[in-house]
Ligand binder design. Sequence first.
Ligand code: RTP
Ligand code: MG
Length: 148
Amino acid sequence: METEKMALERTFSIIKPDAVAKNVIGAIYNRFETAGLRIVASKMIHMSKEQAEGFYAEHKERPFFGALVDFMTSGPVMVQVLEGEGAIVKNREIMGATNPADAAAGTLRADYAQSIDENAVHGSDAPESAAREIAYFFSEEEICPRTR
Ligand code: RTP
Ligand code: MG
């Protein structure tokens, strides 16, 4: 039987304003790289209200939506595309649970998040959301797959 090989995947990641303010961008990038994820696109942005509302449109009706948009626009963020085998699930594992109180030891949220509202990182949760979120912040020309 043919050996199953996990697909090379891309996922979208945000280092949120709380983690940027803590000066741990490099520490978080180190976690991605150590886990075998490659950063194939990256930039710092300060999201507008409209940009944050559009990005989190799926949560529009949730009670925390206003607070989420306020938080995500409270300071600059790093947005990046991560590439690797099983990148979507792998990044979610590195991140840990949404609520840092539930996040496993050694995950980014256990180490760098303070609350469910200010939880350090975002990562796409499925192939469809990854594709949509990457396209929301990056043009195809801004993504640089490895050539060596
Ligand atoms: P993210 O989208 O940021 O990667 O986080 P997630 O998938 O783990 O969580 P999601 O359900 O998509 O929620 C998006 C963000 O909204 C905030 N949130 N607050 N107060 C609350 O009950 C609550 N629930 C979610 C969090 O900041 C979460 O990351
Ligand atoms: Mg989510």
